[in-house]
Write a protein of this length. Structure first.
Length: 641
């Protein structure tokens, strides 16, 4: 019984240094207030995509911890540990059935322990565990392994029906977690043929109802949005041009061989390869021939050495949805190897055990070999998890490994911009454009950096170019609108900000900027609408709350003016900004004044003035000082007899 606990302890130790890492890359698109804001009704938590179980897990995380990444990472680690235990259970029960003469349950447990330990410690698994949104992969793998485990138990246990229902339930949950689960019923049937019934016919005769139930779970995939697989969804990639089936297929042999190399030599690991389409005939022919040989060997083994053939078939079947002819925007991602890696590890452990037995080596040799490999893999995993500690560190690893990856260069530039290192960011953003001149994304990022450096004219040229390349690019409209707003060109700014809201309705900053421009041109009713919309998208952002509060406190129409609501919103905004934002404090003072709380209005204005002075905001200081003088004068007048 000590082995499962040891696996849990090792896994927890290996990933402990990743729990405080921030959200990265695609996390930022999918873990947002507007996507994870409700658990009821159930449809809200399940989301409107094709992966409702994943959405539900993220919504539960949000309900318990908001936008703190630690809670999400703890759940990811928990899923990884459960998957390792499920793998241990599947392999142990399989080895117990196939144990050579003279080797019993303890030997099977030892081999299963070796498999689970190497798998849980392998750094190739980190992308499915430490990269938060790839919980889709690890959670799907957990349900995949639990489906197999339940199938095994349905053959052994007297409660066959209960275990069969468990297998169908796990398979259904997996189908609603990630589409790769589509191969699970086939792998379960192949397992039954190989290890339980001895043939497909016998498996279907003895467990026909079970396989009918597993096959029925395919119906759940009918809700999959075709854009998920064609590249129109953010789940499928990160904005590269779509690939044809032929381009994808001819590139995948090289990708799969790269995956296999990483199983045995996991360095370097890369978050985003930007893998190019294979165009060289020699490379395509060589990789395709080698992969075809592996496929033929698998078919031969299925007939001659079924257990070995099963491992090869598992490897290819699990990878098939993402690594065959079905075009997904990105050609290679390491998280796709999370479950196929288990098949490789099992094959290596069995081969090593067989070799040690045939050589009649002492018993300690196998243990020593396991320790050496496990320690080496563990060290690599801990080191890889350190790369997730910041966006800058992670994207530097990408640029160092794949300098020709335009997206990697761009994202490193964006990470540096987030650290206010705009001059340094320019180099990487310009390099991204040089590598891919037709990318509008890097041009917008470069424009933002140039604006921060006071080079508005150069920034405008890049924003115009970006909109020529992609007229529906919401971020380009939003940033161009902000640039025009600073110049005082409010009508032109309004046009671009309206376009930003139209093309990017979930962009809270676009909503906020549009509201600010509307306020400046005197359209307070419309501005209030967009302030409220921004608050709905992100209830933790103080500026929209403060803007709505100011309008509610000052609106000339009594049917709109609501000082009580204004005070509530402004106090919430001040709390969210830790009472340190002079603009928010000024809005709070305005709300207090409208509610007749003059002393509190004066106090909030004094605090706003102090904060504006500390920040050196000259215009804000002058405006707030005038506001304070007005409140004091009103207080003095009201106190006079």
């Amino acid at each position: 019984m000590w082995r499962p606990w040891f696996l849990v302890a090792v896994g927890a130790l290996l990933y402990a240094n990743s729990l405080s890492a921030p959200f990265l890359f695609d996390d930022l698109d999918w873990i947002r207030h507007d996507r994870l804001g409700a658990l009821w009704p159930p449809a809200a938590a399940l989301g409107d995509g094709s992966r409702p179980i994943l959405n539900l897990s993220l919504a539960l995380n949000y309900a318990l911890g908001g936008m703190d990444p630690t809670g999400y990472r703890v759940v990811n680690l928990f899923v990884h540990l459960l998957a390792a235990l499920a793998l241990y259970g599947v392999v142990r029960r399989t080895f117990m059935r196939r144990a050579p003469s003279g080797r019993g349950a303890d030997s099977a447990a030892a081999l299963a322990f070796a498999v689970a330990l190497l798998w849980i410690a392998h750094p190739l698994a980190t992308q499915a565990v430490t990269y938060v949104i790839q919980r889709a992969e690890s959670l799907m793998a957990l349900f995949y392994l639990l489906t197999l485990y339940c199938v095994i138990r349905s053959d052994e246990s007297e409660r066959r029906v209960a275990w069969g229902l468990g297998a169908v339930a796990c398979c259904a949950l997996g189908m609603q977690t990630k589409e790769v689960m589509v191969t699970a019923p086939l792998v379960a049937l192949l397992y039954d043929r190989t290890f339980l019934a001895g043939s497909f016919a016998a498996a279907l005769r003895s467990r026909g109802a079970l396989y009918a139930g597993l096959a029925a779970t395919w119906l759940l995939l009918l809700r999959v949005d075709p854009s998920t697989l064609s590249g129109g969804s953010a789940w499928a990639g990160f904005g590269l041009p779509e690939l044809s089936a032929m381009e994808y297929a001819r590139s995948q042999p090289g990708v799969i061989l790269h995956y296999l190399r990483l199983c045995f030599w996991p360095h370097p690991l890369v978050l985003d390869y930007g893998w190019p389409v294979a165009d060289e005939f020699g490379a395509i022919l060589g990789s395709t021939a080698l992969l075809a040989a592996l496929g033929m060997a698998t078919l031969w083994a299925l007939c001659r050495v079924p257990p070995l053939g099963f491992l090869g078939a598992c490897f290819f079947l699990v990878l098939a949805p993402t690594s065959s002819v079905m075009p997904i925007v990105d050609l290679a991602f390491e998280h796709r190897m999370y479950l196929p890696l288990a098949a490789v590890v099992v094959a290596v452990v069995v081969a090593a055990d067989t070799a040690i037995s045939r050589l009649s080596a002492p018993a300690w040799v196998g243990g020593a070999l396991l320790v050496v490999i496990a320690v080496s893999l563990s060290a690599a995993t801990v080191s890889r998890n350190r790369d997730y500690r910041s966006a800058e560190v992670m994207w530097r690893t990408v640029v160092d490994a794949v300098p020709e990856n335009s997206r990697g260069q761009r994202n490193l530039g964006v990470a540096l911009m987030g650290l206010d290192r705009n001059e340094e960011a320019l180099f990487y953003l310009q390099e991204a454009i040089a590598l891919n001149p037709q990318t509008p994304y890097a041009r917008v990022n470069l424009a933002v950096a140039l604006i921060a450096l006071g080079q508005a004219d150069a920034a405008e040229a890049h924003l115009r170019d970006a909109l020529k390349m992609l007229p529906s690019y919401a971020d380009a409209h939003s940033n161009y609108g902000q640039l025009l707003q600073r110049r005082g060109e409010l009508e032109a700014s309004l046009r671009h900000l309206r376009a930003a809201v139209h093309y990017g309705p979930s962009d809270v900053l676009a909503q906020l900027n549009l509201a600010n421009v509307l306020m400046r041109i005197g359209r307070s009713d419309e501005a209030l609408h967009y302030f409220r919309k921004a608050t709905q998208l992100d209830p933790y952002m103080p500026k929209p709350l403060a803007g709505a509060a100011w309008i509610l406190a000052t609106h000339p129409d009594p049917s709109v003016r609501n000082p009580t609501e204004a005070v509530r919103l402004a106090e919430r905004a001040a709390e969210l900004s830790s009472w340190q934002d002079s603009v928010v404090l000024s809005a709070l003072a305005t709300a207090y004044d409208a509610a007749g709380q003059r002393d509190r209005a004066i106090g909030a204005t004094e605090q706003a003035l102090q904060r504006a002075t500390e920040l050196g905001a000259t215009g804000e200081v002058q405006r707030t000082r005038a506001q304070l003088e007005r409140y004091r004068a009103d207080a003095a007048n009201s106190a006079s007899p």
